[in-house]
Design a protein around this ligand. Structure first.
Ligand SMILES: *Cc1c(COP(=O)(O)O)cnc(C)c1O
Length: 449
């Protein structure tokens, strides 16, 4: 497949034909408000009609440049040719048998691909699920049954999902946890090496944060009680935080020395997003277990836990699974998505996106005191917004900037513990002209703040 935009027929252009939101979106939004629970929020109040390559078209005919990919999901583009072709063929053959009743080849093939693509050359096995949160929950189940221990260690600013156990693992109260407790026990949170906000400055951040984290585990939990340490190699919802270099390998070593299962949650950072198949490859970290979802299947719901065969096999037969986990249509879509990533070398496309975007973002940071830091890797980039001249978070400017971008036809997402990070997650198949035009829109919106 050589089509540069993943096979979409949609015109690759930004086009505004109504105000944002347009009349049809407003009408649909009224229906949504009447019938969809308020808890299901909306980032940009337009209704999608079609999407592909680097654009999303709404019901009013506006075409937005997509810097969100449905939260790092449609890395191969929406309705990418190979995803559609394989999922369609699977839909016509059969839609569901339940893998625990009658298995099927696409499930096994996805697990074979995961064994090949994830870091490390040890024997690996996988189990497939429907959502990222479900994968993280299962990683905890597997680590507990393998180690016969209970405690789970997670990190400040971490995000792992919205189910009861994963809410407990998630750091941020509002909106993810507020009012939804009580949460699962035996979860302990320790510091992460966040260079921009480390009190003594970024220089010794990795060492000091690792020492604090390890000391807290030893003193408050006891290393011998810890089943798993779970970390995002590049933190997503916490604000696209890159742990200072050296932090991850130090935590990995501590886990190995103490018989703790080291789990990399690569649900957002995986599948070529950061310029490699997985973000932990940047520091040569080889997790015992790795959780994946989002980018894996071009938009269909699929998630996985992949890891050392002896750990994965610790759970008894029938102990893992679910009615829909590893649905055949989602597996076929994943095989199409993985094929596309290999064929188009989307990891290097992600690095190219960084090469185009980062210098321009850095230039904007020099011109606008409101940008405190530019960070991220590959096509997982962000700016952290502050009160100029300080490091005080500026969520108001972040929200205003996002709104201004939306109104000019650029779909952007915000994130971060303090709500002051604007993140950029374009589909890896986006054209370079659109990428630059998106940055032009951002530049104009910043100037208008
Ligand atoms: C999105 C995300 C999850 C949760 O995935 P869902 O599919 O929404 O359940 C877990 N961990 C990380 C790092 C994520 O970004």
């Amino acid at each position: 497949m050589t089509d540069p935009h993943g096979g979409t027929a949609l015109p690759q252009e930004r086009r505004l034909v109504t105000a944002v939101p347009g009349p049809k979106s407003q009408e649909l939004m009224a229906r949504k408000q009447a019938t969809v629970a308020d808890g299901v929020g909306t980032v940009m109040p337009v209704f999608a009609k079609r999407a592909g390559g680097g654009v999303l078209e709404d019901v009013d005919g506006n075409s937005f440049i997509d810097f969100g990919s449905g939260i790092a999901v449609t890395s191969v583009g929406n309705s990418a040719t190979e995803v559609v072709r394989r999922a369609t063929a699977q839909l016509e053959a059969f839609t569901h048998t339940c893998v625990m009743v009658t298995p099927y080849e696409p499930y096994v093939e996805v697990c074979e691909q995961l064994a090949e693509l994830t870091p490390g050359d040890h024997a690996k096995k996988s189990a497939l699920f429907n959502s990222g949160a479900e994968a993280v929950e299962n990683a905890v189940k597997i680590a507990r049954v393998y180690t016969k221990r209970h405690a789970v260690v997670v990190f400040e600013h971490g995000y792992h999902g919205r189910t009861n156990l994963t809410m407990a693992l998630t750091s941020k109260n509002m909106p993810y946890k507020h009012g939804f407790g009580p949460f699962a026990p035996e979860v302990y949170r320790v510091p992460v090496a966040y260079p921009f906000r480390w009190l003594t400055g970024p220089e010794n951040c990795a060492e000091e944060a690792a020492a604090q984290a390890i000391s807290q585990i030893e003193k408050q939990v006891g290393a011998e009680n810890v089943a798993a340490v779970i970390i995002e190699p590049l933190l997503g919802e916490g604000g696209f935080i890159e742990p200072a270099k050296g932090f991850l390998p130090r935590i990995e070593r501590f886990a190995k020395d103490n018989g703790i299962v080291f789990v990399a949650d690569e649900i957002q950072s995986g599948f070529c997003r950061t310029g490699h198949w997985f973000a932990c490859e940047d520091e040569g970290v080889v997790p015992d277990l790795i959780t994946t979802a989002k980018g894996i299947a071009g938009g269909l719901p699929l998630a996985a836990v992949t890891g050392r065969a002896e750990i994965m096999d610790a759970a008894h037969a029938g102990g893992l699974g679910g009615t829909y986990g590893g649905n055949p249509v989602a597996c076929a879509a994943a095989l199409g998505s993985i094929h596309t990533m290999r064929e188009m070398d989307l990891a290097s496309r992600a690095r190219r996106i960084e090469d185009v975007m980062k210098p321009r973002l850095q230039k904007l940071a020099e011109q606008h005191g409101v940008i405190g830091e530019v960070r991220g890797r590959g096509a997982m980039l962000a700016i952290e917004l502050v009160q100029p001249g300080t490091k005080d978070p500026n969520p108001e400017a972040t929200a205003a900037l996002a709104k201004a971008c939306h109104q000019e036809g650029l779909l952007v997402l915000t994130t971060g513990t303090y709500g002051n990070v604007m993140r950029f997650l374009p589909p890896l198949v986006i054209g370079e002209d659109l990428l630059n035009e998106g940055l032009d829109v951002l530049e104009g919106a910043l100037a208008s703040l």
